[in-house]
Ligand binder design. Sequence first.
Ligand SMILES: *Cc1c(COP(=O)(O)O)cnc(C)c1O
Length: 400
Amino acid sequence: MTNLSFAPMPDEQGYFGAYGGQYVPTELQKVMNDINAAYEEIRQCTEFQQELASLFADYVGRPSPIFHAKRLSDQLGGAQILLKREDLNHTGAHKINHCLGEALLAKFMGKKKVIAETGAGQHGVALATACALVGIPCEIHMGQADIEKEHPNVVKMKILGCNLISVTRGTATLKDAVDSAFEEYLKDPESFIYAIGSVVGPHPFPKMVRDFQSIIGTEAREQCLTRYKRLPDVVTACVGGGSNAIGIFTAFLDDTQVKLVGVEPAGEGLDTQRHAATLTKGKPGHLHGMACYVLEDEDGNPAPVHSIASGLDYPGIGPQHSYLNDLGRVDYDSVTDQETLDAFMRLSRVEGIIPALESAHAVAWAIRTAPTMQPNQQILVNLSGRGDKDADFVANLLNL
Ligand SMILES: *Cc1c(COP(=O)(O)O)cnc(C)c1O
């Protein structure tokens, strides 16, 4: 049985260096502290650990395999590319790992309803799945404009039995869905729980979501040692809020010979306004209840950001990434929409694996970097999700 790994960060107040914390009204700080206390209690409880471990095994299908992308590596003529196959998880991505943890915690705390927002619907589907399994009511707020765009995820959420709230205010997209979901949560934060979809938001969410996702790196490190008798030279992952990246990085943080690289979306170019490369181009600030790097417009508001991958389209980034960036333990680089599309098609045609557009960012970085390395070296890529959800979009874009 695989256990969760728990890194020592953050401190008691939820700080990773100068980042993190709880930038929320005092009433909510109390509620967040209750969530933290409940989490600290269950994470030390063997029964909870066993329940989560058996769900990971029998429900999610863990451990996810590591696949050596040999044809792709041979074509590139440099380092060997290894893929950690989170795309093979039930529901098709890494998000189910923390959604199960959050749903179990909600049940343990006797919460009456789990609330969340969703943009493209990926977090919504993973959460609705976990709530159906655990048997707890789930309410997902989604912008009407997104509902019209994301039909397959919308019907899945309905089939899974969640209460899908269509948000029509403002531009009827993600930001309005966040506002709407948060208003509902504030009606009764003692009875409800807001399930955050990445390593962002007020303490304890960046810590909790990190812990639930750290199974990815714990498995991958063991798998590499067993099969190759060595650690990879580089571990890379795409970064939106940062949950799949911190999930694979955590187990390798103390292995300082292993280079860790987070890949941000450079969109249509870092010199345009159409990107979401928060650590590359942003600066320290506050967003959604935490201190972190933020991309801001001239008025100091969160900038309207862009990525071809809707899951990376976020003007902030988790506090632990902000700190690891300043410490220099993780390098943050970026790839454009075009490099991402090329990588999406190339992995599909050379290895028969259609990646999520989010994950294709990390693949694109590996494709760019492998030729600069030696054939006896290895790049481990976290393939965070599968591309079924993106297939129609890409086919239209490329006139396939
Ligand atoms: C949501 C999502 C992401 C981005 O979220 P992180 O918290 O940065 O991991 C990446 N990949 C896939 C497949 C996603 O669904």
